[in-house]
Design a protein around this ligand. Structure first.
Ligand code: SF4
Ligand code: SF4
Length: 377
């Protein structure tokens, strides 16, 4: 029988109602530590922090997120495997709760020797982790092909899955910066090919299939000195659905709404797991003067506001959402959000903020007192 109800008829007679756009996180990710065994030139997290997220607090937040319908979990850093007891404890509880696993972002060269690697990955497998190990392979990570081969082969053997690994590479264009991946492929007896279907490269060997995820390199934080991301092409609105919607928890317990380049700026903090519940953090995100607007009206609305106020406020156009976000947040261009937070500071000095006030938003350079020791000589 195929009867249509009156309600269904009415619904068919009008356009499909669009779901209200708002901050509605569906993904949880923990950075238990920001410490790292590498110091990549493009890294945008403060790897000098020594803080570590304590495990009971993270487990409590994980359970709270589960009650709020968040079902997907990932791990990031720093190098997550420098704090393996955190990853393993959280993964174990998440598996019990029925979470699906995204990837653990790793540089894949943190282990002392093969026995160490094998022990950590075996514990992770036994904890019930069913996600991927997302290896960063590009010129910024140093090129340690032999260690990466050990990592890949050991992971393949322990997890007994050909899709246990994925790769990530940072460059200015998806088709460049693949040389270290090709070196790894050669050592694994694999090929690297573009997939029209997936719209990305794949590395395929007889017993491994890895998707390659491109990260749009942006001159932010340590990479600020690399320069050059302003051009003529503007990004297309995606309401941050690419890197968001997420609750990303950093080693201090601060929560961010996305995993974009700008997410480590204090301006994007929407709560702290030591103080706030998941419900409170989501409410705070929606009420946040910048985060609320990004997820509701989009980055293009913020861009339009800035350019309406001052057509010359931006150096050019950029196709990179998160670079734009980082730029306007560090320079105080977005309404009701103060600037600051970048590290290198090529842009230091007085600049107009969102109210047109000249503010010092880089590191302060105070004039030396006239009678200081340096002047005495
Ligand atoms: S491996 Fe990752 S966290 Fe470590 S320095 Fe490189 S980019 Fe930063
Ligand atoms: S544009 Fe900003 S808010 Fe959106 S994902 Fe990127 S860093 Fe996060």
């Amino acid at each position: 029988m195929n009867m249509r109800t009156p309600n269904a008829d009415r619904a068919n007679a009008r356009p499909v109602k669009r779901r209200t756009r708002t901050f509605r996180p569906s993904y949880l990710s923990f950075a238990g530590t920001y410490q790292c065994n590498l110091t990549c030139a493009h890294c945008c997290v403060p790897i000098e922090w020594t803080d570590r997220l304590d495990i009971p607090t993270a487990l409590r937040f994980l359970e709270d997120a589960h009650r709020h319908g968040i079902e997907l979990l990932g791990f990031t850093g720093g190098e997550p495997f420098l704090y393996p007891e955190f990853v393993i404890a959280v993964a174990k509880r998440a598996a019990q709760l029925g979470f699906r696993f995204d990837k653990i972002v790793t540089n894949g060269v943190w282990f002392r020797d093969e026995a160490h690697l094998r022990a950590v990955l075996t514990d992770l497998k036994n904890a019930g982790f069913t996600g991927k190990l997302g290896l960063g392979v590009d010129k910024f990570h140093g090129i340690r092909t032999a260690d990466l081969v050990t990592f890949c082969k050991t992971a393949r053997q322990i997890f007994a899955r050909d899709n246990i690994l994925s790769l990530a590479y940072a460059s200015r264009d998806p088709h460049v910066g693949l040389e270290p991946v090709h070196m790894l492929a050669k050592a694994l007896d694999a090929i690297v090919e573009w997939s029209d279907l997936l719209h990305r490269y794949l590395l395929v060997s007889p017993d491994l299939t890895m998707t390659l995820n491109w990260n749009h390199l942006a001159p932010v934080e340590r990479a600020e000195k690399l320069g050059g991301d302003w051009g003529d092409v503007w990004f297309e609105e995606d309401y941050c659905e690419g890197p968001g919607q997420a609750l990303i928890v950093n080693p201090r317990g601060d929560v961010k709404p996305c995993c974009g380049f700008a997410s480590d700026l204090d301006q994007l903090t929407i709560g702290n797991i030591h103080k706030h519940s998941v419900k409170q953090i989501i409410q705070r995100g929606r009420a946040h003067p910048y985060v609320g607007k990004v997820f509701k009206k989009g980055l293009t609305a913020i861009r339009a506001e800035i350019l309406a106020r001052d057509p010359n406020a931006l150096p050019g156009a950029t196709s990179n959402h998160c670079f734009f976000c980082w730029h306007v947040l560090t320079r105080g261009l977005a309404e009701n959000v103060s600037g600051g937070g970048a590290q290198v500071g090529q842009w230091t000095g007085a600049r107009p903020n969102f109210q047109g006030e000249l503010v010092q938003i880089g590191p302060l350079r105070l004039p030396r007192p006239a009678n200081s020791a340096a002047d005495a000589g």
